[in-house]
Design a binder for this molecule. Structure first.
Ligand code: FAD
Length: 446
């Protein structure tokens, strides 16, 4: 008899969902977590990041308030107040996740775990646990490149704990995390330089929207250095940093944040001992049922490097638990996954970009609305939004929606249902506008 039906390694988005659902189906479940229950999303990802995005937005709202009749006499940002409030909220959520697991009779081991066989896990304390099945849900971690002086740089793990707000920050990377923090730090008053080794930002997002974000961000004062890499990072006696670059002049900064990618957490996990095959990028290889090359070992979430997003990890965890403990076979549908960049302004997209649709379908129609949000007009904020509908010209189906502008991710979540349901442009046109909103542009494009 094994100690548990299921041992989950990693209490993040995927692991917590799988543990809770499997336990709900009657399984005896244990979960091991080396850091904090909640994982990346709750502890040092989506949640604290979004709270900083909200905090950052006040900079513009307070600026715009005057045109709406509000006299805001003093405006001073206190980073430690926001930081500590965000960290307190994170602790509250950590406790809530722990309680959920405990309420479902999931036994939590607050220590690192390693597989020492296909059905055996050894904890950092030396305790051995056996299980019918093991689920690897260990997520991913920031990739720190091999640059001289990299120890002076921070990653997204440390960014939420900064002692003080830097006056000058350099952010390395071109993906969503780099662009989100560029917006956050800029709004908090830091001078931001975004350094990217290529000239492509936000790969996978519609190019027109990315260009719009770049144009708005440059106008706001964010500096971009493309085709630039780091040669060396030096810490000066006064605590500041000198960044010796390839492709640009040296940069002086107070902080340098690397957001250049994330690597699956498979080190010292015992993959070889368990007979689990690992791919070239360090990802755990799985089939459509999240099964690894070892019959008793499964993996979900970022560690499998399929789509590194929280809702996807959660769905994979749910599908695994339902299939193997609830006798409800199901697979995750990876089509039409909406995603967003919580930049300033935010952008969001679902389905095919214009470029992808042109390559795949050939004959497409693109509808755009390029407008200034009413609130921005009154505030005198010269920032234009852009919405795009990408339509299959043959079937009239909407195959992609892409938006940049205030609240774009909130609006896109609802619009994504239409793309998933393969609604047609005619369905949008037949829907009466809800006036006055920004979202009404979606049904008014002709
Ligand atoms: P994780 O949530 O990373 O959980 C893995 C857990 O395993 C961790 O707690 C880790 O400590 C633990 N662990 C690892 N190895 C071991 C071991 N050997 N023993 C015990 N425990 C172990 N996604 C979105 O959808 N929207 C967003 O806005 C968004 N923003 C993000 C912002 C940032 C800054 C970052 C870094 C990520 C963001 N993500 C976002 C991505 C999201 O956080 C991940 O996709 C999601 O957390 C993946 O869940 P997971 O269960 O695979 O892994």
């Amino acid at each position: 008899m094994a100690d548990f039906d299921l041992i989950v390694i990693g209490a993040g988005s995927g692991g917590v969902r799988a543990a809770r659902i499997a336990a709900g189906h009657g399984a005896k479940v244990a979960i091991a977590e080396e850091h904090k229950v909640g994982g990346t999303c709750v502890i040092r990802g989506c949640v604290p990041k979004k709270l900083l995005v909200y905090g950052a937005h006040f900079a513009e709202d307070l600026e715009d308030a005057a045109m709406f009749g509000w006299d805001v006499p003093t405006k001073r940002f206190d980073w430690p107040v926001l930081r500590d409030n965000v960290l307190a909220e994170v602790s509250r959520l950590e406790a809530a996740y722990t309680e959920t697991l405990t309420n479902h009779q999931v036994e939590i081991f607050h220590e690192r775990a390693e597989m020492t066989g296909p059905t055996e896990v050894t904890l950092a304390s030396g305790k051995k646990l056996s299980a019918g099945k093991i689920l690897i849900a260990t997520g991913a971690r920031p990739l720190m490149p091999e640059v001289e002086g990299i120890e002076h740089a921070i990653s997204s793990n440390e960014v939420f704990h900064l002692e003080r707000m830097p006056k000058r920050i350099v952010i390395a990377g071109g993906g969503y995390i780099a662009n989100e923090f560029a917006g956050i730090f800029h709004q908090f008053g830091a001078h931001v330089t975004l350094v990217n080794r290529s000239d492509t930002l936000l790969r996978g997002y519609d190019q027109q929207l990315v260009d719009r974000l770049l144009q708005i961000s440059i106008r706001k004062g964010i500096d971009y250095k493309f085709n630039t890499t780091f040669e060396r990072i030096e810490r000066r006696d006064d605590g500041s940093l000198k960044l010796v670059m390839k492709g640009s002049d040296d940069i002086e900064a107070d902080e340098v944040l690397f957001a250049v990618g994330r690597r699956p957490n498979v080190e010292a996990l015992g993959c070889a001992a368990a007979g689990v095959e690992v791919g070239d990028k360090g990802e755990i290889k799985v089939d459509d049922d999240n099964r690894t090359s070892a019959a008793s070992v499964f993996a979900v979430g970022d560690v499998t490097d399929r789509v590194q997003l929280t809702p996807v990890a959660i769905r994979e965890g749910q599908a695994f638990a339902d299939t193997f403990f609830g006798n409800i076979p199901c697979k995750v549908d990876y089509g039409c996954i909406p995603s967003a960049v919580f930049s300033h302004p935010p952008l969001a997209g679902v389905g095919m970009t214009e470029g992808q649709a042109r390559n795949k379908l050939g004959s497409i129609k693109v509808y755009t609305s390029d407008f200034r949000a009413m609130k921005n007009v009154l505030a005198g904020r010269n920032e234009r939004s852009l919405y795009k509908l990408v339509v299959d010209a043959t079937s009239d189906e909407i195959v992609g929606i892409h938006m940049i502008g205030p609240d774009a991710p909130e609006i896109l979540q609802a619009a994504a249902i239409a793309v998933k349901a393969r609604l047609k442009k005619a369905d949008f046109a037949a829907t009466v506008a809800l006036h006055p909103t920004m979202a009404e542009e979606l049904v008014l494009m002709r």
